[in-house]
Design a protein around this ligand. Sequence first.
Ligand SMILES: [Zn+2]
Ligand SMILES: [Zn+2]
Length: 372
Amino acid sequence: MCSPQLPEGSYAPDRPADVDVEPPVPDSDGRGGMGPLMMLTGAIVLSATTLAVAFSPGTGGRFQALLTAIHGHVVATVPGPIMPIAARGAEVFLSPWLYLVMLICFLAERYFPARAEQRFFSVGFVQDLVGWFLVNSLLRVALIGAFAATLDTLFQTRLSFLRIIPTDVWPPAVGLVGGLLVADFLKWLHHWIRHKVPLFWVFHAVHHSQREMNMFTDLRVHVVEYLIALPVVAVPLFMLGLTDITVIWILILMESYSRVYHANIRSDFGVLRYVFVTPQSHRIHHSSDLRHHDHNFAVVFSFWDRLMGTQWDDHTEYPDTGIRDPAFPHETSASPAGALGDYARQTIYPFKMVWNAAMGRGWTIGGADDRN
Ligand SMILES: [Zn+2]
Ligand SMILES: [Zn+2]
């Protein structure tokens, strides 16, 4: 495989004038037959029962078992040796707090939308839900679980001397905040790297391809991206020796918060924007406008971008989002079958780009810039 042919930062030429970022054409059945009121009621009932049952003595186990059964198609793919890692992942995805955050996102999208014309069941939403949540989770659990288990074993058997900070004796809140800060900076760093190295960007571009930002867009992540990110984030966290419960809470916080700022919400969170990433600031990161490129890399805390000089300071802009590669297989159908086909094409596409570059044809396929 060739090394990237373009120097850092130079693979984002000006957008050709004839390349438009067209909004996707929704199917006529895009609403799925359910009105917003029904969705709102359903989300409230789901979240309320989740919280009520999960916190009722003696029923939490049954509830967890029910959700595990619902997600059984994922768990069933997990090989025996990596079940502990999968179980940790399940604790994150079955957390009632995650469902509560999703309800809040739903209400905020409904009453404070960044794009009022965007329907809840947009083509982009169905693609993120069916392709990237339901299907990609299979790959995520199987491949990432195996990789994480390998890293964990390697660290325990060969690198445990690197565990120099005894965080397990710290108060839980200190361990949680310390671990969150470390994990968050590492995520800033590898996010920056994935934008700067063309070989990594072609996979990250899939995440940026969403034109209808929604709370499930955080799951539109190519499986290769997880493989790149895991060693960068996991090994330093192993070195901190955080307890399992601390790690689970860090993951729940990050997973929940990522839903919030990917949602179609019009808010910059007031003065809190100086501490946290917001729906407005992350929309800038996803912007299709060249002026915004390579800004706002942060994942939870926005001060990393301020420290590194990559913060976009205008907090009033809500630009269109998406990438400018005309050959990218954008989703066009809100039907589940269409979403599956588009998911397959979007997963394969970055490998085509890598092959193209390896053959000396550069990092584009469609003739325009591949970089937004
Ligand atoms: Zn990015
Ligand atoms: Zn994003």
